[in-house]
Design a protein around this ligand. Structure first.
Ligand SMILES: Cc1ncc(COP(=O)(O)O)c(C=O)c1O
Length: 426
């Protein structure tokens, strides 16, 4: 099983057999409140009628169309709808089937763009410590989670990393953006000086690092990365696989922070997690750099059998319509202050060393048991499941990201359940 303690699971399996709106049903017939939107993806809640109907209809109408040298209308329609809600200037879309594939696609676009532009020496990629960019070789190379990297050899060459921005000694219990650490963006200047800008293709960061435990940037940090990358002709890639499609109460984190990257990586919430799909957005400048040479030739040698799959496209269109019709991004934004207040009420409970929040994302960091990292948070995860609440843990951090349809009473339930659990943890 993926990212699972397999032996533990097989001894006591946790199985979901159904889901509706904010709840899962377990195989033993219990209701479990979804505190994590599945895996940060079910932003509109479960089994939403418009999405269910769109998938069924599409399967009957056009089940599959070849992705190479052929098209179908829904993929183009979806690309246009994504561009409609994307920051201005990101107006071309490449479809993939996951966040990991979106990351690989973005990294390849960046390197190939510079080559197409006559700057073939720009091949280096800069990621960040504690970054998560999926599990393929490019993603784990620019990523910064040691357990995801250490088993897999030398990875991609020519990769460097910015420092992460997490600083418990200065920023613990910040509400929203933490105040300290903007200067960490200047480390990019040091890396540029070390390698020379002429060798660097792109910098990739999650605007808010999710999977590593919700690391929120200080004010001005992303702006500074934007300034430094622009100054040196380096592409800035935002990995918005988690932050995209309303998670922060805006369509994308780029909108939340007022910083537009050159390439934006998305997946998850694009189809509400229902059908696997990712989308990479690029600027016209990047797109146009490839549009030369004889017209019968393929311009970019990349793509997947299922790029823009018809059923995924239909799911994506229905998902974006659901977000729009139900004003779910605005709803996330409106609920964010209540969410913040509720989460921070857990301060002072046993083992809690930090609480962080932004949009409808939260994290509660626990003091690890000495010599047994992750054990305390995993125990919290198991207890929460037994108590009818799905949370996610990474290291000793509890991460929360409920569907944007959550009600205030359900926020209270999440926090109340966690308070009870924290009091009983070893
Ligand atoms: C920021 C980010 N990038 C990439 C990925 C990888 O996405 P997937 O699991 O769909 O390959 C994730 C998954 O959590 C993610 O959070």
């Amino acid at each position: 099983m993926p990212f699972t303690a397999n032996r533990q699971f097989k001894k006591a399996p946790r199985m979901f057999v159904a889901a509706k709106d904010m709840h899962y049903t377990t195989s033993d017939g219990r209701q479990v409140l979804d505190g994590t939107a599945g895996l940060w993806c079910v932003n509109a809640g479960h089994a939403r009628p418009r999405i269910v109907e769109a998938i069924a209809k599409q399967a009957a109408e056009l089940d599959y169309a070849p992705a190479f040298q052929m098209g179908h209308p829904k993929a183009f329609e979806l690309a246009n709808r994504i561009v409609d809600i994307a920051p201005q200037g990101l107006d071309h879309v490449l479809f993939t089937n996951s966040g990991s594939e979106s990351v690989e696609t973005a990294l390849k676009v960046a390197i190939a763009y510079h080559r197409a532009n006559g700057e073939g020496s720009r091949t280096r990629l800069i990621g960040r410590e504690r970054g998560y960019h999926g599990v393929n070789f490019g993603g784990i190379s620019v990523g910064g989670i040691v357990n995801n990297r250490k088993m897999f050899g030398t990875l991609l060459s020519g990769v460097d990393h910015l420092p992460h921005t997490h600083n418990l000694s200065k920023n613990a219990f910040s509400r929203g953006l933490p105040q300290h650490g903007v200067e960490l963006a200047d480390e990019l200047e040091r890396i540029v000086t070390l390698h020379d800008a002429s060798t660097i293709a792109a910098v990739i960061v999650e605007p808010v690092a999710g999977s590593t435990g919700v690391l929120i940037p200080p004010p001005g940090y992303l702006q500074r990365l934007r300034e430094i990358t622009s100054k040196h002709g380096i592409l800035l890639i935002f990995d918005e696989v988690i932050t995209g499609y309303g998670r922060l109460g805006t369509p994308f984190a780029a909108d939340y922070f007022g910083v537009t990257p050159d390439i934006m990586v998305t997946a998850k919430g694009l189809t509400n997690g229902v059908v696997p799909m990712g989308a990479v957005l690029v600027s016209a400048q990047i797109h146009d750099a490839f549009m030369n040479g004889p017209e019968h030739l393929i311009e970019f040698f990349h793509g997947y059998t299922y790029s823009g799959n018809p059923i995924a496209s239909a799911a994506g269109l229905a998902t974006l319509e659901t977000y729009k019709e139900e004003h779910l991004f605005e709803r996330g934004n409106e609920l964010a202050p209540y969410w913040e207040e509720a989460l921070h009420s857990l301060k002072g409970l046993p083992h809690v060393i930090d609480i962080r929040n932004i949009g409808l994302v939260g994290a509660i960091e626990l003091e690890p048991i000495a010599g047994q990292p992750t054990k305390r948070a995993f125990a919290a995860f198991l207890k929460a499941y037994d108590a009818g609440l799905l949370i996610r843990t990474t290291g000793d951090i509890i991460a929360l990201s409920p569907p944007l349809i959550i009600e205030k009473a359900q926020i209270d339930q999440i926090v109340g359940t966690l308070a009870d659990i924290l009091k009983t943890l070893e």
